[in-house]
Design a protein. Sequence first.
Length: 229
Amino acid sequence: MATPLLQLKQVSKVYRPPGDAPPVAVLIDADMTVGRGESVAIVGPSGSGKTTLLNLLGTLDIADNGTVLVEEKDPCLLSERQLAELRRRLIGFVFQQHHLLPHCTVLENVLVPVLAGRSGTDPEVEERAMKLLARVGLADRVDHLPGRLSGGERQRVAVVRALINRPALLLADEPTGALDRESAREVGRLLAELNGLDAVTLVVVTHSMELAEQLGRVIELKDRKLVER
C-alpha cells in the first residue's frame, strides 16, 4: 500500500430526513484506505450512500462516529480557513452534472477556481489551462460557450476545471452517468490517463462497471459496509 492519502476508521453516518421520517444509517463502522496515486471505484445500488461517502472523503460532510483522515489530518480539528485551504490545495471535484457557467467561455469556466479571492489570473495559470484543454482535445473550443459543446465535451471541461489547482486527489461522482456511451468511454479513458500518467489519486463513484474496471481497485458499498471486490 502506498502512503495513505485517505483513511476511514470505523466510520458511521446516519441520514436524518426532515419531518418525522426515521433516520437512515448509510455507513456503519466502515473502513477504507486509499494510498497516493491509487485509483478506486466505489460501486453499489442507488441510494446506498455512495455520494455521502464521497462527501465525507472530500471534507464536505462530517461522520457521526469514527475518524476520517486526509493526509493523516482530521478535518474536524481544522479551522474553517484551514479546511478551505486543504480543499483548495488538495482536492478536485467532478460531478455528474458539469455545473459550467453558461455565460462564460470554456477557458473562463476552467479558471473559475483560480479566481477565488483574486482580482485576476497570472499568465502561467492561463497557460496551464490552455495546455490542459489541448490535452483533452478542446484546444479549438476555448472561446466557446458551454451551450455549443456536446455532453462529453462539457464534462471534459469540468475535469480540466477540477485539475487547474493541481490537486493530488480527484473525487468524481458519477462522472459519466449523464453521457452517451461513447462520451462516457472518452471521459473514462481521460480519468484513467490522469491517474496513470500524472499520478493523481482518483476516487470515482459510479454505476458503470465498464468505468470501474478501468481503475485499480473496486470497492462495493454493501449493507452499509465497504467491501473490496
